[in-house]
Ligand binder design. Structure first.
Ligand code: ADP
Ligand code: MG
Length: 689
């Protein structure tokens, strides 16, 4: 019950033991006065006026004032306190299903009460269920501003929050740190904006508060975006001060020899991004570039060409993939392309042990291997490079802070940092790139190699499984290959496995005469590699797999993909999976099997998959369905997500904040620093690595 009458636990004076609400505040990151001042209400309650019952309509949320004429605990249909309030124009029944003796006392017959809640017409007359209420006298003043309602919890009661925020708002230093020239015209000061948003005048249009279009809201959005742009620009500037080995592509050098040896011609888009990367590599500052291109757009060869530039210039290149399967596949491809040209390639993963590992480490440390392919084990502490010049990371938007620091270690002693190229098939929508990846240069491959047949996507209920298996029989009869993907069940790797194992048994039986393999994350790496190689060499017809094949696996003869429980996958993940087919010249099909009933977002995802094959469109819809927080994944973003601004709606404000940030850094570096400190506190460090 939200009772105004119950005594709020007031924020206790400095004690050694922190109270539960204090701990809850800290957990939310509400530590400094400014943090609390920036903790805005979810909504407001209007306690500034009293509505006569006779004037109120059913369904209105109103505050009424009257005298209690009846107060009883009734036991049927369940225990409840029923209070009748008379305001002289009409009566209303107040109903409470949970209550304390203190409430009964406040609500005793004869008491004058102010109650606020939704008025409902009932069989026995009008009533309010669980209204908030307090005892008053005829001259108790009304609130002058709307009452803020903060996101509260059991540990953090509303009344406590109101008090804590109110006190912090009064104490916080809200002096204007931004010079007027950088603030867009028409916006209030930060102090005005915050005081207003915590305690708006009852005359304000609630709509402009709710849709956040009120100038006070705009000021906060601008401030927030500005802080983010500033920290991104600062990170960019700091990086520009670092030194990297300039890696120049010589005429008739290694990369040109690789180009000449490739079995295909680069697409125009591949040529363009190779050039962008080569220009970065030639500079004495570390490259920090994201290469994005839809699944199947041919990023691997771009990585190989970048590696060739680095190796040709006399430096080493490390290529890292997120899984061993993917690393293994890169390894084979790159060995095939580069070893004939005289490049020594080494292989490093976490599962490698003993002598094999020692030998590889030795080849890396001596420089005998110029290209090192593997998982993230490649940049572990024990791995010493002779001259690491370039690190390439596949299927990752952004290298984690920790990983970048590790990478930096590899060239320490020389005062240099390696160049960094990240590759991803999940494109970042533009507004997101501007906000979260402003210190990242982006190259985009926006065309597929010629001759690809579009993938047709179909959605079937699991009831039609037999039909799907029939289709598989047809496909493998033609010499084609099929993926069957089972979902990852987060809570239980075991269940996950059981599901895949059962499907494997079912398909093996239904498709006797064809080899049906099983691949899952718990298999020892050697076994995984053996299964993968049977499949990629074409002996195995059907591969039943958990999501370990999600990224990067490339078997052009596979033409059908079935995704079981497709409703459990995220949109980008589905798109990634689907990208495993349609890589050759045959028309491919992706079947999404779902188990009804579908949730709304589940429906939206499957619909998007049927409607488009375009990774950019998929990313845009994914962002729409999930919102930026989940889209990036808190860990991957490394950046505090926006609380006030909305990337879709406030795109123009992102641009404004960006130019203001540039101006500020140039002309008012101190104001820039003060602004970042106010908004991000200690968190800005995260953005720098
Ligand atoms: P992704 O961008 O998803 O990593 P890959 O690098 O695995 O894509 O490339 C997909 C397939 O296309 C591979 O079999 C690759 O050899 C082939 N490929 C890449 N570039 C071209 C091209 N320009 N012309 C024809 N085939 C290409
Ligand atoms: Mg790839």
């Amino acid at each position: 019950m939200q009772a105004m009458s119950s005594a709020p636990d007031s924020p206790p004076a400095a004690k050694r033991e922190k109270s539960a609400p204090q701990k809850a505040l800290e957990k939310l990151g509400l530590v400094r006065d400014i943090d609390l001042a920036l903790h805005l209400p979810l909504r407001y309650e209007d306690e500034t006026r009293i509505t006569r019952l006779a004037d109120a309509r059913d369904g209105d949320t109103v505050q009424v004032e009257g005298v209690v004429t009846d107060s009883q605990v009734s036991l049927r249909p369940r225990r409840q306190l029923v209070v009748t309030l008379d305001d002289g124009s009409d009566t209303v029944r107040l109903r409470f299903f949970s209550f304390y003796p203190s409430h009964q006392k406040t609500l005793a017959v004869g008491q004058r009460i102010r109650a606020r809640g939704e008025l409902r017409g009932g069989f026995l007359g009008r009533e309010m269920v669980h209204p908030s209420f307090k005892a008053v006298t005829p001259d108790t003043p009304l609130a002058e501003a709307l009452t803020p309602v903060y996101p509260a919890s059991a540990q953090l009661p509303q009344a406590y929050l109101r008090k804590a925020v109110g006190a912090a708002l009064a104490r916080a230093d809200l002096s204007e740190v931004l010079p007027p020239e950088v603030v867009p015209p028409g916006l209030p000061t930060l102090r005005e904006a915050l005081h207003f948003l915590h305690h708006p005048s009852p005359r304000v249009s609630l709509a402009t508060l709710e849709d956040r279009s009120h100038p006070a809201w705009l000021r906060l959005k601008f401030e927030e975006l500005l802080a983010q742009q500033l920290s991104q620009l600062q990170a960019q500037r700091e990086r520009a001060r670092l030194q990297a080995p300039p890696l120049r592509a010589e005429r008739e050098g290694l990369h040109e020899r690789l180009l000449a040896a490739l079995p295909f011609r680069l697409t125009e888009a591949q040529r363009r991004v190779v050039e962008e990367i080569a220009q970065d590599l030639a500079r004495p500052q570390p490259m920090h570039r994201l290469l994005q291109g839809d699944v199947g757009s041919g990023k691997t060869v771009v990585a190989a060409l970048a590696a060739a530039v680095a190796v040709g210039a006399g430096w080493q290149c490390a290529l890292m993939a997120t899984t061993e399967i993917l690393a293994e596949q890169h390894f084979r491809k790159l060995v095939g392309w580069l070893e004939p040209l005289g490049v020594g390639v080494a292989w490093l993963t976490g599962s490698q042990k003993g002598r094999a590992r020692r030998e590889m480490l030795e080849r890396v440390a001596s420089g005998a291997a110029s290209l090192v392919v593997g998982t993230h084990a490649v940049i572990q502490d024990q791995v010493e490079f002779a001259r690491l010049g370039l690190a390439i990371i596949d299927e990752q938007h952004r290298f984690g802070v920790q990983q970048r620091l590790q990478l930096r270690q590899k060239l320490q002693g020389r005062g240099l940092e390696p160049h960094l190229l990240m590759m991803s098939a999940t494109p970042i929508p533009r507004t997101l790139a501007m906000t979260y990846y402003a210190d990242l240069d982006v190259s985009t491959i926006d065309e597929l190699p010629p001759g690809r047949m579009p993938i047709v996507t179909k959605v079937f209920s699991d009831a039609r499984r037999a039909e799907v298996i029939e289709r598989i029989r047809h496909e493998v009869g033609q010499g084609r290959q099929v993926y069957w993907v089972c979902p990852l069940i987060e809570e239980s790797e075991k269940l996950d496995l059981q599901n895949a194992t059962e499907t494997h048994a079912q398909l093996s039986e239904a498709l006797s005469g064809h080899m049906v393999g099983l691949l899952h994350g718990r298999m020892p790496p050697a076994e995984k590699a053996a299964v993968m190689s049977l499949f990629s060499q074409g002996q195995m017809s059907v591969l039943v797999s958990t999501t370990v094949i999600e990224v990067g696996v490339d078997v052009p003869n596979a033409s059908l993909m079935v995704i079981e429980h497709a409703e459990r996958f995220g949109l980008s993940q589905l798109h990634q999976l689907r990208g495993r087919v349609g890589r050759g010249a045959v028309a491919s099909v992706c079947v999404l099997l779902y188990t009804p009933p579908l949730s709304d977002t589940g429906k939206a995802r499957l619909k998007a998959m049927v409607e488009t094959n375009d990774g950019f469109e998929i990313a845009r819809r994914d962002l729409e369905i999930r919102g930026p927080g989940e889209f990036l994944g808190a860990r991957q973003s490394g950046a505090p997500l926006l609380r006030f601004a909305d990337l879709q709606e406030d795109a123009p404000w992102v641009a404004r904040a960006r130019s203001a940030a540039q101006l500020l850094l140039e002309r008012h570096p101190q104001a820039a620093a003060a602004h970042v400190a106010r908004w991000l506190g200690g968190r800005s460090e995260y953005l720098k690595a």
